[in-house]
Design a protein around this ligand. Structure first.
Ligand SMILES: Nc1ncnc2c1ncn2[C@@H]1O[C@H](COP(=O)(O)OP(=O)(O)O)[C@@H](O)[C@H]1O
Ligand SMILES: N[C@@H](CC(=O)OP(=O)(O)O)C(=O)O
Length: 550
């Protein structure tokens, strides 16, 4: 069959033919065999898409009547954009251009709430509890959210009606909270869901306005089924087939870019809206990737990928080009804000590569996260800091050789529902850290800590140490002697005493516990030593590895 090449340009951006809208908007340029053609003409074109799929397009009187792939396939990737990527009308325009600039991709777009909307919603909820019903409309955060969303739709030229109902309902909800003088976790989840519900509606409306067919979805309506653990719900297995059925089914009957709310789900038992924990849109993206068996998951951030450390602690942090799922999961779990701690699980299970990219700098290669990578030259990948950690030293009061001690200690944590991060043990003693900041809703308050100590004191002498930090060295644990030698050399120079050390079973992480007050300086010095100098073996003086300036 003779094929032609066909592509479109909106505002200079190439657009994939099978996303041709029904009505070709103004300023559209249509190219057939690289010759510009007037969109008003009537024509039939068979062309090959960049993924070699044959497509037929019929255009009559400037209207795109049909577009068919001879072997039409569905979505090709997930593109998740975080709050920083969609913080304003200007950013939304850039993201729309970005989405359209990959002609070979048919994306499912997952969006977070605009900018800091989630934080503002939470604050508004807290204020509503105590401000009284008559003062709800004066809550500063509510006005901020209204202004931001109104300004954004106005600047994008999208009708205000796309968000008006949500803004009205949001105010009603805050009134309800003010009346009840109570903000439960369940209500809190419903409250923050307004952020993602509005950003996705705005984005879909804007793409449609540009002439790129897009359909908005609320995750809680399309099969994201979770536990009833409000504020930190887990995605249940039933989600995968349900989401695949809905998105694939809709695509087949009416192809459109899908715009899905990140972060949200529907509780299995109560059917109420849930959230997946702060930063949960990453998990939404990887869940969709696994559900549809897509070739790639893209997570677009405001940094050039996963970096060698938190750039807020040390601005000289550099992008890490490759990571394994294990490394990324460990990094996220131990506090690197860049990825949601659970987000690697679906990607690993589906063996789907995750690419972390910068929406402010799309040309930067970013970080590619896969099952395996060449570790032969890898030493240290990234340094992660988790602050405000509580450490417990627990020494058995029984004699040496007492069995069941560890089991008893851990059963106490299990009974109290407290998770333990880092552990170092001997036969009669155990040191461990508890994470008060892991769950945004469940702070380990002093009363709860006292209760833990009280229980443990029935079998052990307990020393509670607060204001500690975990520094996690993520890397090639085959090189652990080298990593430790170098790390301790740096820490000794700084005069820092390491209070606990643990090498995780995942074999990609060595964790060191230090005082909070010393932590930032340690990270900076470790970064300098590992990433800004060259490691060289110095056999001559028997010193082992030494750092030499590169
Ligand atoms: N190791 C790290 N690599 C990259 N970014 C990090 C790291 N540690 C902390 N961050 C912070 O994470 C931020 C990106 O995560 P997040 O704010 O959740 O993005 P988004 O809202 O775009 O999803 C960065 O701006 C950076 O400040
Ligand atoms: N908006 C939610 C979910 C999320 O994933 O956001 P971000 O992608 O901006 O981290 C939050 O702030 O937690």
């Amino acid at each position: 069959m003779a094929t032609s090449s066909l592509h479109l340009q909106y505002y200079g951006v190439n657009v994939k033919p099978n996303l041709l809208p029904v009505t070709l908007p103004l300023r559209t340029k249509l190219f057939i065999n690289n010759h510009e053609t007037t969109p008003s003409s009537s024509l039939k074109v068979t062309c090959k898409s960049s993924s070699d799929v044959l497509e037929k397009h019929v255009i009559e009187n400037g209207k795109h009547v049909t577009s068919e792939d001879e072997n039409r396939k569905s979505y090709t990737c997930v593109m998740k954009f975080g709050g920083s990527s969609v913080a304003s009308a200007e950013r939304i325009m850039e993201v729309a251009t970005l989405v359209m600039s990959f002609p070979q991709e048919i994306p499912i777009v997952v969006l977070s709430a605009m900018g800091k909307t989630t934080n503002k919603l939470l604050l508004a909820g807290e204020k509503a509890v105590s401000c009284g019903v008559t003062n709800v409309s004066c809550i500063e955060e509510l006005s901020f959210i209204k202004d931001l969303h109104h300004r954004t739709v106005d600047q994008l030229g999208v009708d205000r009606s796309v968000i008006e109902k949500h803004l009205e309902e949001l105010e009603l909800l805050l009134n309800g909270i003010a009346m009840m003088k109570e903000l439960t976790k369940r209500t809190q989840d419903y409250l923050v869901s307004f952020g993602e519900c509005m950003s996705t509606r705005i984005f879909a409306a804007y793409l449609n306005k540009l002439g790129v067919k897009a359909r908005q979805y609320d995750a809680f309506e399309i099969g994201f089924i979770t536990t009833d653990d409000f504020t930190n719900a887990d995605i249940l297995e039933a989600t995968y087939p349900a989401v695949a059925k809905r998105l694939n089914g809709d695509w087949l009957s009416d192809p459109a870019i899908a715009i899905v709310t990140g972060f949200l789900g529907k509780a299995q038992k109560s059917c109420a809206v849930t959230t997946l924990g702060r930063g949960g849109s990453d998990l939404t993206a990887t869940t969709i990737g696994k559900a549809l068996g897509l070739p790639e998951i893209q997570v677009w951030k405001d940094v050039d990928g996963v970096l060698t450390c938190d750039p807020n602690i040390y601005p000289k942090a550099e992008p890490v080009p490759f990571l394994t799922f294990d490394e990324a999961a460990e990094l996220a779990y131990f506090g690197a804000q860049v990825l949601h701690p659970q987000s690697m699980r679906p990607a690993r299970e589906g063996d789907i590569p995750v690419r972390v990219k910068n929406s402010y700098n799309p040309k930067a290669p970013g970080t590619l996260i896969t099952k395996e990578r060449d570790m032969s030259k890898a030493i240290l990948t990234s340094i992660v800091l988790k602050r405000n950690v509580t450490m417990l030293d627990i020494v058995s009061t029984r004699m040496l050789g007492q069995y069941g001690f560890l089991a008893k200690v851990f059963s106490i944590f299990e009974d109290l529902g407290i998770s333990v991060d880092v552990v170092a043990t001997s036969e009669v003693s155990v040191s461990l850290t508890l994470d008060p900041s892991k769950l945004w809703s469940r702070e380990l308050i002093q009363q709860e800590l006292d209760h833990v100590v009280e229980e443990l004191e029935k079998i052990a002498v307990v020393n509670l140490l607060q204001n500690r930090s975990i520094i996690s060295l993520i890397g090639n644990v085959q090189q652990s002697s080298l990593i430790l030698e170098k790390a301790f050399c740096v820490l000794r120079r700084l005069g820092v005493t390491v209070q606990m050390i643990s090498q995780g079973a995942s074999k990609v992480n060595i964790s060191l516990v230090v005082n909070d007050t010393e932590a930032d300086e340690c990270v900076r010095a470790l970064h300098e030593a590992f990433f800004e100098t060259k490691l060289q073996r110095d056999y001559t003086n028997g010193n082992g590895y030494v750092a030499k300036s590169s």
